[in-house]
Design a protein around this ligand. Sequence first.
Ligand code: SF4
Length: 608
Amino acid sequence: MKGYAGKILFVNLSTGEIKTEKTEDDLARKFLGGVGFGAKYLFDLCPKGADPLGPDNVIAVGAGPISGTFLHGAGRGTVVTKSPLTGGYMRGAFGGDFAAKLKYAGYDSIIITGEADSPKYLYIDDDTVELRDAGGLWGLDTKEVQEKIEELTASDFSTLCIGPGGENKVRYACVIHDVRACGRGGMGAVFGAKKLKAITVRGSKDVEVADLGKMFKHYNELIPEYETKGKGLTDYGTPILVNIINNQGSLGTYNYQKEQFERAEEISGEKLKAEHWKRNDACFACRIACTKIDQAKSDPAVTEGPEYESLYSLGSMCGVDDLDTLIRTDALCDELGLDTISFGLSVSFMMEAQEKGLLGDVDLSGLDFSWGNREALYKVCELTGKAEGVGEFVGLGTREMAKKLGGDAYKFAIHIKGLEPAGHSGRGIKTMSIGYSVSNRGGSHHDARPSMEYGFTREQREDISDKAEIAFDTANWTTFGDAAVICHLCEKSTGLVLTENYVRWVNDTIGWDLTLEELTEIADRIYTMERAFNCREGITRKDDKLPWRFMNEPIPDGPLKGMYCPQEELDQMLDRYYELRGWNENGIPTKERLEKFGIGYVADQLEY
Ligand code: SF4
């Protein structure tokens, strides 16, 4: 098979065993790569009820058939595991060049099991694969550990690692490569529990493709699209969305008590560019270069740019309007290895809890959780990474904090299945109402995508008749993207749903003759495999819901005033969505659909 490195690397941290297996044609045909392989191995190897922070959990680090080629975003990698934050399936993708190097080293995926008895890092240099002592790396932040590994190896290694957040098993600790986070659901804590500090890789092999000429031709045809439709991202990065989304009236603000931030201009992409921007950066094989290297004025050593999601979670959600604080806190999250979205929404939850007088016995470590308190935001970030003082409580995430506070705290705990949502309103964007609620991960904006609905009128937004279809189609696109593996930010240029562009990329690379329908079926199969993992854990229709606030409190003002998603509306969309996926009325994949997908054995492990 062209496009594939041809081997999967298995590493057992408990026994130290390292082995490879051939990447089988049947696996590739059914699951493509990246998160597809991850979903399959997680279902097969991680037993029902496994402790996410125990030795039975599995980590699948993936590349895809497109990784390491010249197609847009072909350096992105993926991680799949069972989440300590949600208790369910979790996947993530990260930029940089790690996945390209994994392919050059000769591997399509790494499947990690067990738990080491002392800190280790995984060293991969082509066919040399070793578990090395990481005693001297433990305790270092993500910047330091990457520098140290470079000293220990060579500058052409790429490293995926955790910081203190992962070591301290913070439930939303992330893994970091370069300055790029694989952010959601606590994957860093799973690495930390396994005492796996890092994976470092370089390789010298080629990735053979089926038809280089066609790849060039089809890609070159798209370059004008990237240059025009990707221009906003090239100029400002994702922070360009702050003003756009705020003006549309769907920027989560003050823990979603509002959806317009009166000081949005202060945290906008335009202001960031004018006052803090130093230069652009890009992942391997990127046509857009959305990464911005910004500088904090109060600490010029901090040079890193927050994404839109961080400006929302740390900024408007917490009422913090100071870009310097946001740049520094975003960088601190990366260094400690914390997910900025879950961290920011955990702080905004604390701010509302303090406002409502509900913090009672919680030890606040002397911090004042008033809206907009920038010093508290930075300080609680430090404490959360160390799991000290109030940081230990904040590190639980909103669902667990609300349970501990009791009473009405659940009414303002903003999460879906335990995962705090990204900055795309579950009230004002009905695609996200259904998309978040059915997401296998919870509050992820890279299952269903909001992009199409940002171009809709209010009337179109309120019409729920097409939203299950849009959520289904866009989630199939992102699932394909994370299996192929490519960057989702090309979607405006190449397709907001699966299109012939993607079919050509796969066929040109691998040499298959897939149709659009067949490619869609691969994405649908992967999504259903992920769903089956959750169903086996008991996560079903009862969990396909939105935060209480999204279902009961209309947006109070602004252009989308009055919009929310009541249960009856959600039920209608859920019924249609399950029908499209071939899941039963309880949201469980049917035996017939699983057999159609060639994975009938999965049904034997589900309770109907
Ligand atoms: S658009 Fe941004 S995230 Fe995507 S590959 Fe380029 S730099 Fe990386």
